[in-house]
Write a protein that binds this ligand. Structure first.
Ligand SMILES: Cc1cc2nc3c(=O)[nH]c(=O)nc-3n(C[C@H](O)[C@H](O)[C@H](O)COP(=O)(O)OP(=O)(O)OC[C@H]3O[C@@H](n4cnc5c(N)ncnc54)[C@H](O)[C@@H]3O)c2cc1C
Length: 392
């Protein structure tokens, strides 16, 4: 039986987040826009923390964090539904109580120093694999870590590292055995800022809270106990980090698209040209119709990929499909809604241009459109995935 309905609990959780977004976040939108126009961050750290604490009082903390660490340990489907709701606003909010999935591979001592403070929000991490010469081709890493007595000495440069400006520590990937390369020759190190790496902000077209950094490692010396997991298994960890929830990125974009179409519909019904609302014109109706179809398709691609995660299936193919479809169609949808708004859509008075710039990133990070297509094509050509989907 195929059942597309939500359980009562799923609906209650979804509705709580929907109300939280409407009550606590949407009222902040004009101020977020105003600050961003003035070159400031939309929310200060203290404001974000205050909002996270409000949510925590209602039990919303550590959405996917295991219960033994005080989290909610919600399913992938539930988390996707929550992300959609959060995506309906551009106020840069996320629930507290989160830590990178690969930090759970830390040993007991590392857990105290890195995992627990990250969950508590007292320390910030960043994830650094990309280099100037190794983006999509992540196996082409040049950063090295060379053993010297009880230490490792790291040299190299990382680029586009989200959170790299504020992070207290980095999970950095370096080559420890050139011959083995990605098959046993890459290691992940936990490196505190005080151990000597430097960061430089990189200006981007998207909002400031996304601003990444270049990281420089110039003879940074770390003790051997800072290796995360095993020496040589770093590439596997990196792929796990990237694959931790590819369905979540398009889920947030889906929420944005829903809101954008609502805004576009309202505008089209109020804006009159040549004696009638533009919503009466087929040209505008088709933009709304195509967007509605793509939104509906995206919703089920995301939920189906999340469902596969919950079933413990190999969900990589479904996640790549959801990420690719979400990235390409969210960009088409925001472009149409900007077009419906005419000149107003192009101004900073409205948030449409902000979404336009922000959603563009989805086609690039955590696997570009082209890399998703490469993965999907390979799976189909080599028979790793059935073209008939999970129904076989
Ligand atoms: C805002 C932002 C935040 C980021 N955050 C992080 C982070 O936190 N940590 C981190 O490690 N990285 C991060 N990245 C890096 C991001 O993952 C890479 O930019 C991305 O993987 C693409 O790599 P690249 O920029 O080197 O492009 P390239 O790999 O050089 O690709 C250039 C173009 O060629 C295409 N291309 C490449 N190979 C192929 C192929 N085989 N077939 C067809 N087309 C191909 C690509 O799709 C792209 O269109 C971030 C990037 C940005 C912009």
């Amino acid at each position: 039986m195929v059942d597309f309905s939500l359980t009562d609990t799923e609906r209650d959780i979804r509705d709580w987040v929907r109300n939280f977004v409407q009550r606590e976040l949407m009222p902040l939108e004009p101020e977020v826009l105003r600050r961003e126009r003035a070159g400031q961050r939309g929310l200060t750290k203290d404001e974000l923390l205050e909002l996270q604490n409000k949510a925590k009082e209602a039990g919303f903390w550590g959405v996917q964090t295991p219960e033994e660490y005080g989290g909610m340990d919600l399913s992938a489907v539930m988390t996707a539904l929550i992300e959609v709701e959060l995506g309906r606003t551009y106020v840069p909010f996320r629930f507290g109580g989160y830590a990178d999935n690969i930090l759970y591979y830390a040993n007991e001592e590392q857990k105290q120093r890195y995992l627990l403070p990250t969950i508590e929000g007292t320390r910030k991490s960043c994830f650094a694999i990309t280099e100037p010469g190794a983006g999509s081709d992540a196996k082409n890493l040049r950063t090295t870590a060379v053993r010297d007595g009880d230490d490792w000495v790291i040299n190299g440069e990382k680029t586009f590292i989200t959170g790299g400006i504020d992070a207290d520590f980095v999970m950095v990937f370096a080559v420890t055995d050139r011959e083995k390369g990605a098959n046993g020759g890459v290691t992940c190190f936990l490196v505190d800022r005080e151990q000597g790496w430097k960061s430089e902000p990189i200006d981007i077209m998207g909002p400031d809270e996304r601003q990444p950094a270049a990281l420089v490692f110039d003879n940074v010396r770390v003790p051997a106990e800072n290796v995360l997991g095993e020496v040589g298994n770093g590439f596997g960890l990196a792929m796990q980090w990237i694959g931790r929830g590819r369905y979540l990125l398009p889920a947030r974009a889906l929420g944005a698209c829903e809101r954008l179409v609502e805004m576009g519909s309202e505008y089209a019904q109020n804006r009159e040209t040549f004696g009638a609302p533009i919503a009466d014109r087929q040209a505008i109706q088709w933009m709304i119709a195509d967007s509605a179809v793509e939104i509906e398709a995206l919703r089920w691609l995301i939920l189906q990929a999340a469902w596969q995660v919950d079933q413990g299936m190999d969900s990589r193919h479904a996640q790549s499909i959801a990420k690719l479809f979400g990235a390409t169609h969210a960009n088409q949808i925001v472009d149409r809604i900007l077009q419906i708004h005419g000149g107003m859509g192009y101004t900073k008075e409205l948030p449409v241009e902000r979404w336009y710039r922000d959603l563009r990133l989805l086609r690039i990070f955590e696997g570009t459109d082209e890399i998703q297509r490469r993965t999907i094509a390979r799976n189909v050509l080599k028979g790793h995935a059935s073209i008939s989907g999970v129904l076989g």
